[in-house]
Ligand binder design. Sequence first.
Ligand SMILES: CC/C=C\C=C\CC(=O)SCCNC(=O)CCNC(=O)[C@H](O)C(C)(C)COP(=O)(O)OP(=O)(O)OC[C@H]1O[C@@H](n2cnc3c(N)ncnc32)[C@H](O)[C@@H]1OP(=O)(O)O
Length: 287
Amino acid sequence: MASGGSSDAEAELRRGFKALAVTRPDPAAAVYEVRLSRPAQRNALSPDSFAEIPRAMALLDRVPAARAVVLSAAGPHFCAGIELGGPGNPLTAPFSRGADPAAAAEGLRRAILGMQAALTAVELCRKPVIAAVHGACVGGGVDLVAACDIRYCSKDATFVLKEVDMAIVADLGALQRLPRIVGYGNAADLALTGRRITAAEAKEMGLVSRVFDSKQELDAGVAKIAKEKSANAVMGTKAVLLRSRDITVEQGLEHVATWNSGMLRSNDLMEAIKAFMEKRKPVFSKL
Ligand SMILES: CC/C=C\C=C\CC(=O)SCCNC(=O)CCNC(=O)[C@H](O)C(C)(C)COP(=O)(O)OP(=O)(O)OC[C@H]1O[C@@H](n2cnc3c(N)ncnc32)[C@H](O)[C@@H]1OP(=O)(O)O
C-alpha cells in the first residue's frame, strides 16, 4: 500500500492515468470507478495497465470517500486479455528469449510475479471491488475479475479462459481463484477447454452473481452499492472473507474473534443500535 495521507491520495488520483480512468461518477455516492480505458485495443492489459491497476487500488484504499470501487471498461468489450505483441510484452520481450536460458527464465519469472502482484492489488485494496463486465472478458481479463470481490455483468457479456489455446498455462490467478469461486469442476472446464461462456452460464456457475439487461442498467446497479453502510464493517468483512478463504474453518473463527474483539467496540456499532431503537437510519463515521 502506498504511504501518505488521504489528501495526497486524492491529489495523485487527479494527476491521472494512461490506461485507466478513475472517477467518482456521482459526487453524492461513495463509489469510485476504475475504468479500463484502451477501447481501441479492447482494453488489452499493457505494461501501463499492470503498473496502474495497483497504483489506483492503493490510492483508493486511502481515500475515505471511496467506500467501494467499481472496475469497469470503456468501449465494446471489457478486456481482451494480455496485450499481445506490445513492446513490453514479457512473452516476446528480449529478456525472456535471451541466449542464456537461466537468465531468460528468471526474467520471465520476475515479470509473471510482477503481473500477478498487479492483480492481487485488487484483493489488497481494503474496499470492496465490484467488477462490472460487459462484452468479452478474455484470458487475463478473467484473471482480473477473479481477483474482485463481486462480479456483475450485462446480458451481452462472455467469458473465456483462452490461455490453453494460446499454449499458455494461465498464470495470473485464474487457476488459483476460480476454483474457490465456481468450484473445481467448473474451473477445470473453463481452463482446460478454453470454451467461451455466456452471461447466463456464468451466472449459473456462480462466476457472476447478477446479470443486468444492459450496460446502462449494470452501471446504475453498481452505483447503488455501499450506500449507508459502516466502512469499518464492510472493510472488515472483506478482510475476514479473504483470510477465511485460505485457512481452515477453525482458524477462520479464531481470526474473526480476534478481529471483532477490536471492531465490536466501534462507534458505528453503537450508532447502529441507537438508530434501530430510535427507528431512524444510522449515520456512520467517516474514516
Ligand atoms: C506471462 C503471461 C501472462 C498472461 C497471459 C495471459 C493470457 C491471455 O490473456 S490469453 C488471451 C489473449 N488475448 C487474445 O487472444 C485476443 C483476444 N481478443 C479478442 O478475442 C477480440 O479482439 C475481442 C476482445 C473479442 C474483440 O473483438 P472485436 O471487437 O472484433 O475487435 P478486434 O477487431 O478483434 O480487435 C480490435 C483491435 O484490438 C486489438 N486487440 C484485441 N485484442 C488484443 C490483445 N489481446 N492484444 C493486443 N491487441 C489486441 C486488435 O488487434 C485490433 O487492433 P487493430 O489495430 O484495430 O487491428
